[in-house]
Write a protein that binds this ligand. Structure first.
Ligand code: SF4
Ligand code: SF4
Length: 311
């Protein structure tokens, strides 16, 4: 089933502009801006060369592997979730922005049945629980004086069980680093002069580790499906969104649907990239854990019945 295309109106364009601004700001070390310790609850990569901020979920995993209590990144999740809900997903997350750009390429998107949707949204809580379980048990065993065998058994997963497979790490850190290595080891003029033989390519492919194939496959699957299903990663798999949604249900910022203006035409729900059942929520304040406060519904409502509210 295809979803009717929704045309971007002014809030939609404003959101793209703000997403682009955050995208550039978070990567602005490339342009010489200093790195900061500002910790943000969105999905990026700690290994990103030009990053100016600390990505909270990567920091939690890394600090637990030292082992240090990750107070600041956890506080970033709680504060942001309680004050602004999942607005950081809708307006600031670099990987959310990448998915929105992918979705803009196609006019129509696939509709996921509500039954499948409501089952699949739980996957991201499983990813979150598994990550915290591995990092948490490692931290406790290291703090208790043992745990070195456990750490060795985890290998590359010790410093970030989720980060190692995260499509955002592959997109923002692994691929740029591969491109840098490639461009410094093989100059373009060399390729143009001598061409690339089958043997050279085969040797290069053989030198790639299996984990890298897994990472690239995950990224290709996520990006490829983002063209067809809006925010598929955010809806079903992202542990950062799952962590935020634990607090966003108590958020000051929410939505209100004015019952006097609303004619229940359903345009708001058709426009929602997160499939929130707006009409089934309390009209006074919609605080759905899936809602990223993107305000596409506000934009889509011709009767201006939906507005953000704070608190
Ligand atoms: S759910 Fe994850 S990837 Fe999506 S916007 Fe939120 S933090 Fe970013
Ligand atoms: S309910 Fe509205 S603000 Fe929330 S995710 Fe859906 S469209 Fe965006």
């Amino acid at each position: 089933v295809t979803k009717q295309p929704t045309k971007l109106k002014w809030i939609g364009w404003l959101r793209r502009l703000i997403q682009l601004t955050f995208f550039l700001l978070f990567n602005a070390a490339i342009f010489g801006l200093p790195r900061t310790t500002v910790t943000v609850p969105v999905l990026g990569s700690l290994g990103q060369a030009g990053k100016t901020v600390v990505y909270a979920f990567g920091a939690i995993q890394k600090m637990l592997s030292w082992p240090v209590m990750p107070w600041i990144p956890v506080a970033a999740f709680i504060l942001s979730g309680v004050l602004l809900g999942r607005a950081s997903c809708g307006w600031a997350c670099p990987f959310g922005f990448v998915q929105d750009l992918a979705a803009m390429v196609r006019e129509k998107h696939l509709e996921v049945s509500l039954r499948t949707h409501f089952q699949a949204i739980n996957i991201k809580y499983g990813v979150l629980a598994a990550t915290l379980l591995i990092s948490g048990t490692l931290a406790v065993s290291l703090a208790a004086g043992g745990g070195r065998d456990y750490e060795a058994a985890l290998g590359v997963f010790a410093g970030g069980p989720f980060s190692v497979l995260s499509p955002a790490d592959t997109f923002f850190a692994v691929i740029p680093s591969m491109l840098r290595t490639f461009s410094t080891s093989i100059s373009m003029s060399y390729i143009l002069q001598s061409g690339i033989s089958f043997e050279t390519l085969w040797d290069a492919l053989k030198s790639i580790k299996p984990l890298l194939y897994v990472r690239l496959s995950i990224l290709a699957t996520v990006l490829g499906s983002s063209f067809f299903i809006e925010r598929i990663w955010c809806r079903y798999f992202c542990p950062v969104g799952a962590f935020l949604s634990l607090f966003s249900r108590f958020s000051f910022l929410g939505l209100r649907r004015n019952l006097l203006l609303c004619v229940k035409c359903g345009e708001c729900m058709k426009s929602c990239p997160m499939l929130v059942r707006i009409h089934d929520k309390p009209w006074e304040k919609i605080l759905d854990p899936e809602c990223t406060l993107c305000l596409e519904c506000t934009d889509a409502c011709s009767r201006k019945a939906i507005k953000p509210v704070f608190p």
